[in-house]
Design a binder for this molecule. Structure first.
Ligand SMILES: Nc1nc2c(c(=O)[nH]1)N[C@H]1C(S)=C(S)[C@@H](COP(=O)(O)O)O[C@H]1N2
Ligand SMILES: [Mo]
Length: 367
């Protein structure tokens, strides 16, 4: 695993981010740092299941495509850039474990707060163009990503997930080489990563070096059992898990966060306070956000127009601070499937995924 000095070097590139206690380098920002249409790179969360491959010389990097294709191929970065059209997509990247910390009782997995999410403008080539150029066979059904990063114990790949073919061929699914118009950083998968808007972050393979086209679901590391899967039925804490009850997560649910003001800020009764943040959904466009004061008197927030399907949407509302010692302010988004964020606590699931409970902050009221 990495020496402490390597961890320190990673940390130095992410000022204001909190490093999670883990053998791999994982960090998330304070929510106030997410108060921007595109998340600055130094505030973008990092999720590693294992080590971070050494900085490879991009000139030597190659991407192999094999499996059920007529012509397996190896692409250099130059091949990708010269043979395929470059496209940009603004999209939210969210870890399936975002806000896992809010589950009660706690589950296995990293105890993320609400910061395991960011929105960036990703540039690369369409994965569909790359795959089609290799001649997809009729039996192609799924792709598997085979990465070079190793598990913390040094044994085996850290993570090897994939995508159903329909998502791999969707026009907004990319093999990306840049993030916010800068080259992908080392921590974010340079020189190549998958961008799979709406899917959980675990499908956005970093340091992409090999794609296997398969005639069945991928079975790589953390693709099986209950990993990145939700049960089809309710599970009680402590109940033995039957993997047959679990389906792969293929979209992140509607979610929103208040990025201003910050939790526990002091205000005065009668003050007008702007409550603002971002809402997104991996399932359907966001339709609106309502703001609740102490759980009632919903106010409809103003929404910035949704220029980008996969980006996040700014919401804003002005509240008048009531009398009292404190007031709870909740933002609750809905999307075009009719789904609304749960209030209070999200339904518990054994691995702690997809916690999209409505975000509540508390304002302290000065007299
Ligand atoms: N090769 C590789 N790709 C990976 C991972 C990993 O551990 N190894 N983690 C995944 C997970 S779980 C998430 S949430 C995203 C996080 O992307 P980021 O670190 O750029 O924010 O990367 C995904 N891609
Ligand atoms: Mo993740």
């Amino acid at each position: 695993m990495h020496a402490p000095s390597v961890f320190d070097a990673f940390r130095a590139t992410k000022p204001g981010c909190k490093v999670l206690p883990d053998g791999a380098f994982n960090c998330e920002p304070e929510l106030a740092r997410l108060d921007a249409p595109l998340t600055p790179l130094d505030a973008f969360f990092v999720r590693n299941n294992g080590d971070v491959p050494v900085d490879a010389d991009p000139k030597d990097w190659t991407l192999d495509v094999d499996g059920v294709v007529d012509e397996p191929a190896r692409f250099t970065l130059d091949d990708l850039r010269t043979r395929f059209e470059a496209v940009s997509v603004t999209a939210v990247l969210e870890c399936a474990g975002n806000n896992r910390r809010a589950f009660d009782p706690p589950t296995d997995g990293l105890p993320w707060g609400r910061g395991a999410v960011g929105c960036a403008r990703w540039t690369g080539v369409r994965l569909a163009d790359v795959l089609r150029c290799c001649g997809l066979r009729r039996e192609a059904l799924y792709i598997g990503h085979h990465p070079p990063d190793r598990a913390v114990d040094g044994r085996g790949p850290a993570l090897s997930r994939g995508l159903p073919l329909a998502k791999a061929l969707a026009p907004d699914t990319l093999v990306a080489f840049s993030m916010n118009d800068a080259p992908l950083g080392r921590l974010h998968g340079a020189p190549l990563r998958i961008v799979a808007p709406g899917f959980p972050g675990s499908a956005w393979q970093k340091w992409l070096s090999r794609i296997e086209v398969r005639d069945r679901l991928h079975d790589g590391v953390k693709m099986n059992g209950t990993d990145y899967r939700l049960p089809r039925r309710g599970y009680e804490p402590g109940e033995p898990l039957d993997p047959a009850d679990f389906d792969v997560i293929e979209s992140m649910p509607v979610n929103a966060m208040i990025t201003t003001p910050v939790d526990a800020v002091h205000v005065r009764a009668g003050d007008r306070v702007v409550v603002a943040g971002y809402a997104w959904s991996g399932r359907a466009p966001v339709t609106g956000v309502e703001i609740l004061l102490d759980g009632s008197t919903p106010l409809v927030a103003e929404m910035e127009s949704a220029a980008e399907r996969w980006g996040w949407r700014r919401f804003r509302a002005e509240i008048v601070v009531p009398d009292g010692d404190r007031v709870a302010v909740t933002a609750r988004a809905s999307d075009a499937t009719g789904e609304r964020q749960p209030l209070g606590t999200a339904p518990w699931n054994p691995r702690g995924y997809c916690n999209n409970t409505a975000h509540e902050i508390t304002l302290s009221i000065a007299r």
